[in-house]
Design a protein around this ligand. Structure first.
Ligand SMILES: Nc1nc2c(ncn2[C@@H]2O[C@H](COP(=O)(O)OP(=O)(O)OP(=O)(O)O)[C@@H](O)[C@H]2O)c(=O)[nH]1
Length: 332
């Protein structure tokens, strides 16, 4: 299923990357001035100038809405190396090691759960080594420092990991709710539109089957809305048993769509005809009554230059023809 909601989800790392690049640039300009002028730490100042320049470039590119994954990796690599180098050169007194506690959060938000966990683990080991070999090791008790660092770092890591699991779960639920029809469980109109935008628009080999239950209003009027709902669920299940569920959508009301990619028009017709016959020969048993139903189907091929509305309209015209010609028909 194509994800409509994956747009904001995949925007999060992009947005974070953009503003983090800006922040990193600003901070490193500040630290560059501090180190060069006041601390006389030329090497560190040079590293910070390099990070500031690179992050400014990433920020500037991201501002133009151009996003490259390698910019993200590069930004975090530079930032991590810079924090490590500061801790190594300046020792613990400078306090730059505190920035390491922000890294797990950034890794998880920028790279997701798997890569976030791997980067966090690697960096944890590197920082432990830095703590053990740092120039202040004689002044402090490095093992206690390492232990405290590990515990603090682990707790932040744990929070990031739990947060990412919860975020992904909520995202999946929201995505399902946004793209699924609440009554029948098949995909909805949003999903159809998103899939239309995603499909490789192979003209002449993508077909839309627009399916409409004949005289559905009578079912509602005769047996009640709840029976109408059950019939809609059963119809969708029958279609689902016949074509891959990834390709079925409920447009709304008693209209369903089957999207067929990489197909020949004869395949599309055969599929539509078999679904029509299936419903015709099926008896819907509701409220101790057998209800016989038929459906009409319009088939349209995707043509050159058609957008979603045109494609749907073309299928709708064929459906209208099937209805006009007496219903329980497939028109192509
Ligand atoms: N039970 C139920 N009925 C619905 C739902 N959505 C739409 N309907 C009903 O579906 C009916 C559609 O009726 P019409 O558009 O007149 O079409 P029809 O009776 O199927 O007639 P033709 O399409 O011309 O064969 C209306 O009575 C709507 O109230 C739903 O979710 N559940």
């Amino acid at each position: 299923m194509n994800s409509l909601l994956s747009v904001p989800a995949s925007d999060l790392p992009k947005t974070l990357h953009k503003w983090l690049s800006g922040l990193v640039c600003g901070l490193h300009c500040f630290y560059f001035v501090l180190n060069m002028i006041f601390m006389q730490q030329m090497n560190l100042g040079a590293v910070q100038l390099l990070v500031a320049c690179c992050s400014f470039y990433f920020f500037w590119v991201a501002l133009k809405n151009r996003h490259y994954a390698w910019h993200r990796y590069m930004l975090m690599l530079l930032l991590t190396c810079n924090i490590l180098a500061s801790a190594l050169i300046m020792g613990l007194k400078a306090g730059s090691i505190f920035w390491s506690f922000a890294l797990p959060l950034w890794y998880y938000l920028l790279f997701g759960m798997k890569q976030g966990a791997v980067f966090t683990a690697i960096v944890a080991i590197l920082f432990m080594v830095v703590l053990l070999v740092n120039p202040d090791a004689e002044m402090i008790r490095p093992y206690r420092t390492v232990l405290n660092f590990v515990l603090a770092y682990l707790s932040i890591w744990l929070v990031c990991h739990m947060y990412e699991i919860q975020r992904k779960k909520s995202h999946d639920i929201l995505q399902r709710m946004a793209l699924q029809d609440g009554l029948t469980g098949v995909q909805n109109r949003h999903a159809l539109k998103a899939d239309f935008n995603r499909i490789n628009k192979q003209i002449g080999s993508t077909f839309m089957l627009l399916i409409d239950i004949d005289h559905f209003k009578r079912i509602n009027d005769t047996f009640g809305h709840d029976v109408g709902d059950n019939v809609l669920i059963e119809v969708s299940n029958l279609i689902r048993n016949h074509v891959p569920s990834n390709n079925i959508y409920r447009l709304g009301g008693e209209e369903f769509v089957v999207l067929m990619e990489n197909s020949h028009k004869d395949d599309a017709y055969r599929c539509a005809e078999s679904v029509r016959a299936l419903i015709e020969n099926y008896s819907f048993y509701q409220k101790e009554t057998n209800i016989d139903l038929t459906i009409s189907i319009g088939i349209a091929p995707l043509s050159v230059g058609q957008d979603f509305t045109d494609f749907l309209r073309a299928a709708d015209e064929k459906l209208y023809q099937a209805k006009n010609e007496g219903r329980n028909l497939v028109c192509k």
